[in-house]
Design a protein around this ligand. Sequence first.
Ligand SMILES: *Cc1c(COP(=O)(O)O)cnc(C)c1O
Length: 380
Amino acid sequence: MVDLNGQYQSIKEQINSSISNILETSAFINGPEVHAFQKELQEYLGVKHVIPCANGTDALQIAMMGLGLQPGDEVITADFTFAATVEVIALLQLTPILVDVDKDTFNIDISAIEKAITPKTKAIVPVHLFGQCANMDAIMDLAKKHNLFVIEDNAQAIGANYTGENGKKQKAGTIGHVGSTSFFPSKNLGCYGDGGAIFTNDDSLAHTIRGIVNHGMYERYHHDVVGVNSRLDSIQAAVLRTKLPLLDGYCNARREAARKYSKAFKGQPNIVLPITAMNHCDGICDTCDCHVFHQYTLRITNGKRNMLAQHLNDNQIPCGVYYPIPLHKQKAYVDERYNEADFPVTNQLVKEVISLPMHTELDDEQITHITDTVIGFVNS
Ligand SMILES: *Cc1c(COP(=O)(O)O)cnc(C)c1O
């Protein structure tokens, strides 16, 4: 699904020298590399504060702790996503409220959010799924109207641009009150271990969060709040500093691969292409910068999805089903408040979606082999 080694080979000398530099200086934690990466990421994202931490799940948890959310507060998030989002909500004893998604973009459905808001609602967590932003204009409007926080789970869309209704371009993850990301190796900006970060333009929230990631300390050995231990190590920061200047190129390579896939699949019966929300361009238009294709995900609408996955496996083509089970049906998160009739899209998507290999090193021959194999099977 991803070719991490191919990408490493293309930057091997820089990576190796930056890592051996850390080994020589022995500043393994909170060294100058971490600080430099933080500043460089702030500049890239155009955001005032980046707070690095240990992984993307911690980043979400710490963001919620920083906002002072209290047990019993309701937090609305998408039913169709990776479990980390709902997991931290539950861990903090907040009440997760899962809602349905949009079938074209796979992102949280605005009318479903609106329907789920109660006097107890305190926050919305849009997940920018598979590499493109949820409808942030509508989400920020709802948040303003109901006095809610917006926490963007940007683990899959770092580098994506969001052009607002007012024409202003902002980076995914920097639009809400706080954003989070993951640097897990297979993410679009991946390190060589675990890593994550929190973003905000709010000075006071940034200060609170800097203490929370470090055992609630604002002054050495004075613990003012209950915190956690969540750090990005210097070796990961060195890898990320090497890769950050390449991120836009990596995003372009993914978009280019997505365009080639979509050109091949366009017009095929029983195959629905991923749609880019901002201009509904099928991901084919050459100017689109709103989708960074963390995943390239098709819908197979003739009931053959599972057979296709098997067929691809038999032909040594990797594929993935993200995600096979709606969160509201996961054992850990079932709740009698949920009504199946409220999740028609998620319940359908889990049966139809299939993600194809997507990374920065895909070549034309691989893409043609993959598209021929998919088309040949689906319409056989
Ligand atoms: C990967 C991911 C996370 C978790 O990140 P980790 O670094 O693995 O903890 C959270 N949310 C989404 C949507 C993800 O894809």
